[in-house]
Design a protein around this ligand. Structure first.
Ligand SMILES: [Zn+2]
Length: 278
């Protein structure tokens, strides 16, 4: 991981200042890192990128580095706008445009989905600006996840009650890093018996809890099966999809996330034991 970060940063800092690295290269490089860290093959690349990629994914590093450099430059003098291909202004503008930003005037952009704004006509803290660029980039990753055909793609962040701004990325990352089960849950890498049944021979598609013959979907096993163990504390199902499916933390919600996360981990561990005993 650290080697990748150093490699990525040096490439961005020295090679790609005036030209965004091609996205396919970024995605490939990012996938390599995760093959290296024995990732589980079924994880969603976009969920994982949103979760762990903010400070490491080459694609967003390019933009945050550039915004940092521009901000530091701006604290000394006004920036000169340029639409000339190859200029840093053009490179940043092109990057922002492709990730859902709109230019409102020279050196000013707004992000449609998050309503973030980036204004390089005034002096400002580089860190704060890099943060909003990363945040907007995460939205883009989540949208990519949502537009995939995955069973778990139906995120409810952006509807009328959208809670994207309330996602506590730090706490969610902390959960994701707490163990193999949590990592699988938070990146969408777990297979329910229902999903496995279609792919692997001799694996029953039914629920894992003893005495239940229902179709073993993730939602059934975790949140609605009447045969779930009585020896374990099972919290009520959170109303939002991110906490209930991925163990993600949403601030200002009344859900007991510690209980939800430890139940999801227990459930996942049981799913794995069940798969191995088949
Ligand atoms: Zn059941």
């Amino acid at each position: 991981m650290r080697a990748c970060r150093q490699f990525a940063i040096s490439k961005v800092a020295y090679g790609w200042i005036a030209r965004a690295p091609p996205l396919t290269l970024c995605v490939q490089l990012w996938s390599c890192v995760h093959v290296g860290s024995r990732r589980i093959r079924s994880a969603s690349v976009w969920l994982r990128a949103a979760l762990f990629g903010g400070s490491m994914h080459l694609d967003v590093l390019f933009a945050t580095q550039l915004v940092g450099i521009m901000s530091r430059l701006r604290s000394r003098r006004a920036l000169t706008w340029s639409t000339r291909s190859g200029s840093p202004a053009h490179a940043l503008h092109a990057w922002l445009l492709s990730w859902g930003w709109t230019r409102t005037s020279d050196w000013k952009w707004t992000h449609d989905m998050t309503r973030h704004s980036l204004d390089l006509t005034v002096a400002g803290k580089p860190g704060a600006r890099q943060h909003i660029v990363r945040d907007a980039w995460r939205v883009w990753c989540l949208q990519r996840h949502m537009s995939s055909s995955r069973r778990d793609a139906d995120l409810d962040f952006f509807d009328e009650h959208g809670y994207f701004h309330r996602i506590d990325w730090e706490a969610t990352r902390k959960f994701a890093s707490s163990g193999p089960e949590a990592r699988a849950i938070s990146t969408g890498a777990c297979f329910s018996p229902a999903a496995l049944g279609g792919r692997v021979d001799r694996v029953a598609e039914t629920c894992i809890w003893p005495g239940c013959e229902e179709h073993g979907t993730v939602d059934h096993i975790a949140w609605s099966c009447p045969c779930r163990p009585s020896s374990v504390e099972i919290p009520p199902k959170p109303g939002e999809f991110l906490p209930s499916r991925f163990g993600g933390v949403v601030s200002n919600s009344r859900v007991d996330m510690v209980a939800v996360q430890s139940w999801l981990v227990h459930e996942q561990m049981t799913v794995w034991l069940h798969a191995h005993s088949n």
